[in-house]
Design a protein around this ligand. Structure first.
Ligand code: GCU
Length: 338
């Protein structure tokens, strides 16, 4: 009997001890999580799929920022255009509704017209040429130009070369006659398609697949990864490699948000954006190859233009140069000679 009472007392004491430790641990851990709650939680808009190089670059950016600010700045990457079309996102960036985004320069030029000069057709002779320009003083100047429009340019992302693809073959300039071709929401790209003899139709990126499928357009133009990731290759089975443009992309931040941050946080954001861009470029070149392989394996027809036909495409677009870069011919020349 004496022993039983002893046991009971020991069990009660142990239970009390567990309870006290538990309560203490609970209050300690909730304090910890309160202490560790981020000071800022920002949204990042991306219109590509989750596994796309630009989305993975964005995630790398978010992870680096979280790590280097000790968890004070958390960036939530929203892909698949969850936060809206690129134009809507840029609009929101300008008044601080969205903090970060990665956007195509074609869309950005609708807000920052100076950007047109960096993406006129046939401007760069190769990817290396484009990176010499963007990584040098010209690229830096253009990054800061966005500041006049409430946007902070952080870093350049790769988007390769754009080509035409269609539901019937484009083998020469004459094939554009009577075709409706989807373009981005960009006047310059619309003029480019008109100059080739087709009718441009501005359609937001997420709607291109259904426009091709329903026959609203006969073709579109984009790089290999977008053609594959958005399943355009399943409905537009002819891909004409003319490499008419290289449209780089930009990681941007809202100036409204930027102005609220300390100098040291801005420095971290800039460094992380630039590091993530190097990562994206590496992923990009791998994805260009694998996307092309996927599309080719599915049986699409790839049409390679010969030098003579390419020259005809290029000459047809001369008007675009005068309209969009007429007052910037010196700069254009400088870019071409880089
Ligand atoms: C590329 C680019 C997108 C853009 C799209 C388009 O895929 O990465 O940001 O929206 O072109 O053609 O609209």
């Amino acid at each position: 009997m004496k022993y039983r009472w002893g046991y009971i007392v020991v069990i009660i004491c142990a239970a009390l001890a567990v309870l006290i430790v538990g309560v203490r641990f609970f209050s300690w851990s909730s304090r910890q999580s309160r202490d560790e709650a981020p000071e800022y939680v920002f949204l990042y808009a991306e219109n590509q799929t989750e596994d796309y190089p630009t989305t993975l670059g964005a995630q790398r950016f978010a992870d680096l920022v979280y790590e280097r600010t000790g968890g004070r700045i958390k960036i939530l990457v929203k892909c698949d255009a969850e936060l809206g079309s690129e134009s809507d996102v840029i609009e929101q960036i300008r008044y601080g509704g969205i903090a970060f985004a990665r956007v195509s320069l074609s869309q950005l030029a609708g807000f920052v017209p100076e950007m047109n000069v960096l993406q006129v057709p046939y401007l760069y002779s190769s990817s290396e040429h484009m990176w010499r320009v963007l990584d040098g003083p010209i690229g830096e100047d253009f990054l800061s130009t966005t500041r006049n429009y409430g946007i902070v340019g952080l870093s350049w992302y790769d988007a390769g070369a754009r080509n035409f693809y269609s539901t019937r073959p484009i083998t020469c300039l004459e094939d554009f006659q009577g075709m409706n071709i989807r373009v981005q929401e960009s006047d310059m790209m619309a003029d480019m398609v008109s100059a080739l003899g087709a009718t441009p139709v501005k359609i937001v990126y997420s709607e291109v697949y259904s426009a091709l499928e329903r026959g609203l357009v006969d073709g579109a133009e984009n790089n290999w990864p977008s053609y594959e990731a958005m399943n355009h290759y399943m409905v537009a089975r002819y891909y004409t490699v003319d490499e008419h443009t290289r449209v780089p992309e930009l990681q941007i931040c809202s100036e409204v948000i930027w102005n609220k941050l300390s100098d040291s946080d801005r420095k971290i954001l800039t460094e992380c954006a630039r590091e993530s861009a190097l990562y994206e470029r590496q992923l990009w070149s791998e994805r260009e190859k694998s996307s092309r392989q996927i599309a080719e394996k599915s049986g699409i027809t790839v049409i390679e233009l010969d030098a003579e036909e390419k020259a005809r495409f290029r000459e047809a677009m001369a008007l675009v140069y005068t309209k969009y870069c007429g007052d910037k011919m010196d700069l254009l020349q400088k870019i071409m000679e880089e």
